[in-house]
Write a protein that binds this ligand. Sequence first.
Ligand SMILES: [Fe+2]
Ligand SMILES: [Fe+2]
Length: 568
Amino acid sequence: MTQKNSTEDLDVSRLSADKKLGHLLESVVREVKLYAEGQIEHIQKLAQIGLALSGQKNLNTLLEMIVDEARKLSSADAGTLYIVEQKSRSLRFAILQNDSMNIRKGGAGGDLSDEMPNVPLADEQGNPNHANVSSYVALTGESVNIEDVYEAGAFDFSGTKRYDAATGYRCKSMLVMPLKNHEDKIIGVLQLLNAKDPQTGEIMKFHADIVGLVASLASQAAIALTNTQLIEDLKALFYAFIKSIATAIDAKSPFTGGHINRVVSLTMDVAEAIHGTNTGPFGEMRFTDDEMEELRIAAWMHDVGKITTPEHIVSKTNKLEGVFDRIHLIETRFLLILQLMENRHLRVKIDLLKTDNSPAALKKMEAMDRELQARKAEILESLELLKAVNTNKGMVDERAVKQVREIAARTYHIGGNAYPWLSENEAACLSILKGNLLDEERRLVEQHAEMTINITRELPFPDRFSHVPEYAGAHHEKLDGSGYPLGLTGDQIPLQARIIAIADVFEALTAPDRPYKRPMHISQALKILQEMAAAGHIDGDIVRMFIKQKVYQAYADKELTPEQLSTA
Ligand SMILES: [Fe+2]
Ligand SMILES: [Fe+2]
């Protein structure tokens, strides 16, 4: 019985021990489960953050996101993101956030460099700045976790204390992390301040598990930052490159300086207007950011083909201009003709004097002199006419062209050989009724549109910019099919190319193309646009919107002269 009793007692105590162990195990499992769930949640959160960070193309938004997410993850009241500036060996304030102080600065909100001077990484002698905690982290790559900055003696927090005294804030716990990129290079520093207890809101230290999470976030952030930075750098380099080509092309002619730049500005004004309009033919039309950028690149590159057009043709300002203006050759030739005439005249006079010096002979010679003067005056008059036709200063009409042809048909003689007063090409150039270009030269100029397509097609644009060659190369196409290089008609010409075409024409009409010619009044330029639309050359819907919504106004205010805009 006793034994039984003792066995029973044993069983009861074992049962109670088993129960205790069961409870303990249960609570351990629960704890482990909770911990594991918490970790999974953190990992999922980190993965989400990683995805969001790597998908962010805008650098400023990305910088803000990094601080936002790190603060959320660690319940930090404030956060600062510094970027390492290699050139000045310093840390630049990129983002400054403080919930309690209601501060949100930097990033998309604007540059902080005026307000917050950079933190130097070294002193003037080149000694590393280990006194400042952010600089220390940037230099050593070590993380720093401080429970209370007022108690920490390793770093100089006098600035922080001064800030607290001035604002009433109290900086306490601090976590400072380096941002290392894929090459293990430190590109920034993330500083989190005052971790808050999610339940009580009390300031606490940054716990070890949070430090690990923030470290993971920091490394993802560093990679996203490097990628975005690289993309932005490439973009900046690409734009600098296309702008330098544009400058080189515009510099080919002294009268088209800034043409491409201005066409870009007008193109984007028109595109913005189309994008923003809710009524009429463009009421539904919207451009994505990528489409806007694609159009901007196309506008920058629309005349890139001119790189292959001979300079003397692009900048041909007089009819006889080649590598130099051949009017000077004609001038010299006419002086030679005058000289030859005078020589011949003198020879005849000498011969006459040798045989006869009677009063009758002298009278004859006087008559010869008068005739010589008259012929010389006639030649000089012809030269003046040619000069005026060459520079388009004179009236270049059918009558003037007929006179040019008559002059060209005359000859002078040297050593028994006859030479024309004007070469065939000179006569052809001086017979151009409109402009300065011969047909073959005009064809060369027009070739630039085809060359624009060829050149831009060779560039490996990403998919989102794949239409650049199509848009850039069609800016001289006309809706009625009379344009070039492909003679496209109507819907074959994309809207983007039609926009560039109108910007191109409006810029050319209103630009001062000759120093001595007054630039066209805006009302006349708008009238010409309407006429071109009515003739089926450019898009009437865009022209109507351009005029009705005064899309040209901002451009006109910036680029045109007061005379061009006068209402009198
Ligand atoms: Fe062009
Ligand atoms: Fe152009």
